[in-house]
Design a protein around this ligand. Structure first.
Ligand code: BGC
Ligand code: NOJ
Length: 836
């Protein structure tokens, strides 16, 4: 086995340290956790956006580009004949040393060449709409170094979708301003230089972006061709090779921002440059500058003399001035780190297993924050234009995040519920900027409604905030249609009840969790998308066992809520929990009678009422989703169904790298199954290892008391145990959506890292089901299901206004306690010992 390592974990610093820039794929990180975001690879590639990766893209990225991982924010250093970048790319000049440290919402890239060290710290300060780049240049030699420094960022014309296609317009609209503020104080020239991107600002946009540095410059460029040259690439920009910029002003074509600074460093001297890449909005009435005679400002605009549309830059100036000093940057950086201290203190594990601690205490929780912020919008696999916030995705994501910042999860629930239709159906996605449902995809995914119950009940168990049920929430964002959130939950439940098929099982609609199981699609036209093409639902018998399990599991969560005894009379009278129970019971019966294949749960019935996921099928005999969900819900427990299903999954689905989604994978296109059967065998939803649904099986295993099995599968999926980084290919510190399955060409190869419900589900699995610390309406439940050789661990859990220090001891090698313990909620600190 090839076990080349590209880096290591530095747990004390909560960083992953990449020591070789030639990673098998760009290994990225996310900057920002509020409204302003950046994606940054280990070589500085990536881009920024404000709130919405589609509508407010600030800098460009070229997906599908050669080489991959371009464009980015680059610094070029010219030192005599040597031209290099601290992150190796784009020049790819061999560095004397290279290191990239991806930390929690920050990245530090350090390169050294010919006794000059350049270290760049990238982060987004809390509450600020800008990325700070602190570049520290150090002369490690005994001679004076005369260096030339160039920065580079390429603007995106705001809408990332049209930026990539409407060239007849785009290549004529680009506009910029350059502002040089020089002050002569104490014989030194101080000040700063900012390049503004103002395309469409004079008419319909009230927002602008800027890239500033906290010093005067020796030149700049804002026109890409002038900087790069007509025949050059970013690895050899003409201006850099020539050793000076051209002071170009972009008139259309491709506006960029590049500063040029000459730097002289004495032996041993270090100098910091603070670059600020930001975004601001102005009110319509106030968007243009009134007084242009500001002292010592030299302003150039691409519109020239007749420009009456100079940006009112007050807001940008505030940020630029605030971060003019290293002290200010350090203070903001400390604030960011303190936030993460606080977020990670909510659930802290001490155990003898370093890798488990690493997943639980750092990386899994961090990834949950990122998926909460991004849903499935922007990664190196998600273009940021295709998908906004997913209805089901965001509900799952918030369950992994709710303990960190409950108030943000609360707002998210309201936003999501506001995109629901009056019949309980839902927009499958919405745009974060507008919060409106996305018409391109529409609705009709029949699992969606149940996820709202899943998300909301998790929020209330965490916070005890029942008042969220009183929130008045509209249907489809239509003012005047508001009803209580409780009503949304009731209708969500009913949506499943009212949409059952001939076997009394839930009709699947467009698809369920498995977006690619399109049982009503029947598409023969390669130009249409499986996700959106007209469905043939009329007369369809297509039913889903996954939704059946989901309904029973989340339906019970709804019952628990209604029967918690903590609802107001008004809320509890809205729902008759006996009725809910009856419906759940009915569904269980239907599954037992029509959803059981003898050794495992069926997956579905197709349009015609034929079985999917049965031993009678030639391919796709067994699927993971129904084993997971019906197993978690323990449907048919008296008949031993969940245990049998788990045994079958272990026999047929499991592999070295985890459980595949279905087996055997489809090798031909089944028009009645849709997109799933279009994927080559072993990939994605066709026999790939979906890291997202392995946890469902793991939880089902813990429900069955099988701690050893649960642990074995948990370790196969968790990044901290990745053995072969070359094979795995994507980042070794976060989960990816899919690992190629046992029937694939390269089993074990990971794809689609970062933005996946895998993060939340594994968090739920390890924190609540394996380590077993679970918030309930009654109190904090301790109900571990662990490997028998785990002897002891301690979890410190901050829950509401209490802190529980729970030590679990397992002297007799058990897998779970005889009885769960429920610690009543009392504010204050409690130390508890539980012996299995
Ligand atoms: C992918 C799914 C995804 C869907 C919607 C499919 O091609 O395989 O994982 O959810 O597209 O974008
Ligand atoms: C990715 C989607 O974001 C998610 O909603 C879906 O459940 C999975 N793919 C499986 O198809």
């Amino acid at each position: 086995m090839n076990t080349k390592e590209y880096g290591y974990f530095d747990d004390a610093k909560r960083e992953y340290v990449i020591t070789n820039p030639r990673t098998p794929f760009p290994w990225i990180n996310y900057l920002g956790n509020e409204d302003f975001f950046g994606l940054i690879s280990n070589t500085g590639g990536g881009y920024n956006f404000y709130k919405d990766a589609k509508f407010r893209r600030i800098t460009r990225y070229r997906y599908n580009s050669v080489p991959m991982d371009s464009v980015g924010r680059y610094f070029y250093i010219v030192d005599g004949a040597a031209v290099w970048n601290p992150g190796w790319k784009p020049c790819k000049t061999e560095l004397d040393s290279y290191e990239c440290r991806h930390g929690l919402n920050y990245t530090r890239i350090t390169g050294a060449k010919n006794k000059v060290r350049a270290s760049v710290l990238y982060f987004v300060p809390l509450g600020v709409k800008a990325e700070i780049q602190r570049l520290t240049l150090t002369n490690l030699s005994d001679d004076i170094k005369r260096l030339k420094l160039f920065s580079y960022a390429e603007w995106c014309l705001w809408n990332a979708a049209t930026d990539g296609e409407n060239f007849q317009r785009n290549l004529s609209t680009g506009e910029v301003e350059v502002e040089r503020v020089n002050e002569l104080t104490n014989e030194r020239v101080n000040g700063w230089t900012a390049i503004y991107h103002k395309t469409e600002y004079k008419e319909r946009r009230n927002h602008y972006a800027y890239y500033a540095v906290n010093c005067p410059v020796d030149g700049y460029d804002t026109d890409r061709e002038s900087f790069v040259g007509l025949y050059n690439d970013l690895n050899e920009p003409q201006a850099v090779l020539a050793g000076h910029s051209t002071d170009s002003l972009a008139h259309g074509w491709s506006p960029i921002a590049s500063h040029y600074i000459e730097v002289e460093l004495a032996p041993g001297e270090s100098r910091d440059f603070i670059f600020v890449l930001g975004y601001e909005e102005n009110e319509e009435a106030n968007k243009f500058a009134k007084d242009l005679s500001t002292f010592n400002v030299q302003l150039s605009t691409s519109l020239g003399e007749r420009d009456h549309h100079i940006i009112n830059k007050v807001r940008a100036h505030e940020v630029i001035e605030r971060f003019a000093t290293v002290e200010a940057v350090e203070a903001a950086f400390a604030e960011l780190n303190a936030l993460w201290d606080e977020l990670l203190s909510k659930y802290r594990l001490e155990s003898s297993d370093e890798r488990l601690n690493r997943m639980v205490n750092i990386w899994n929780q961090y990834q949950c924050m990122i998926t909460f912020c991004m849903s499935r919008s922007a990664s190196f696999f998600e273009s940021g234009v295709g998908r906004g916030m997913g209805f089901r995705d965001s509900n799952q994501d918030l369950v992994g995040f709710v303990h960190q910042i409950p108030s943000r999860a609360r707002q998210r629930i309201i936003d999501i519920a506001s995109t629901q239709f009056p019949d309980g159906g839902c927009y499958h996605q919405y745009q974060p900027l507008t919060k409106r449902g996305n018409n391109d995809i529409g609705g009709g995914f029949n699992d969606d409604p149940m996820w709202l119950i899943f998300g909301t009940t998790a929020y209330i168990r965490e916070t005890g905030d029942f008042s969220i049920l009183d929130e008045m929430v509209p249907w489809d964002n239509e003012p005047g249609t508001e009803v209580s959130l409780m009503e949304h939950l009731r209708i969500s439940f009913d949506h499943v009840v009212k949409n059952v098929g001939p076997h009394g099982l839930p009709l699947i609609g467009r698809a369920d969790w498995n977006d690619c199981l399109n049982l009503n699609c029947f598409s023969m036209d390669p130009n249409e998308s499986f996700q959106t093409t007209g469905n043939k639902t009329e007369g369809s018998k297509a039913e889903s066992l996954m939704i059946a399990g989901l309904f029973v599991y989340c339906g019970r969560q709804f019952v628990d809520l209604v029967e918690s005894g903590k609802l107001s009379v008004e809320r509890s009278s809205q729902v008759d929990s006996r009725k809910l129970r009856e419906e759940i019971e009915k569904m269980c019966k239907a599954v037992e009678q029509y959803g059981w294949d003898g050794e495992w749960y069926l997956r579905a019935y197709d349009y015609y009422g034929n079985k999917v996921g049965s031993h009678e099928n030639e391919e796709g005999k067994i699927f993971i989703e129904s084993q997971g969900w019906c197993g978690m819900a323990r449907i048919g427990a008296e008949k031993g169904m969940p245990e049998k299903a788990l045994d079958s999954a272990a026999k047929l689905l499991d592999s070295e790298h985890g459980m595949v989604l279905n087996y055997p994978a489809y090798t031909t296109y089944h028009i009645e199954l849709g997109e799933q059967s279009t994927y080559p065998a072993g990939y994605k939803e066709n026999g790939g290892i979906f890291c997202h649904n392995n946890p469902w099986v793991i939880i089902a295993q813990t429900e069955a008391g099988r701690g050893n099995d649960a642990w074995a599968l948990y370790k196969k999926i968790a990044p901290a145990w990745i053995a072969d980084q070359d094979l795995h290919k994507v980042e070794p510190y976060v989960y990816c959506q899919m690992v190629a399955g046992k029937e694939a060409a390269r089993p074990g190869e990971g794809k689609n890292s970062w933005l996946t419900g895998t993060a939340a589900w594994n968090w739920l699995t390890v924190s609540q089901h394996i380590l077993g610390i679970r918030p309930t309406y009654e109190g904090l439940m301790v109900n571990p299901c662990i490997p028998s050789d785990l002897k002891e661990y301690t979890v410190t859990r901050k829950w509401r206004d209490a802190e529980y220090v729970i030590t679990v001891k397992n002297p007799n090698g058990k897998q779970r306690p005889d009885q769960p313990t429920v610690l009543p909620y009392t504010p204050g600190r409690h130390e508890v010992e539980i012996v299995l």
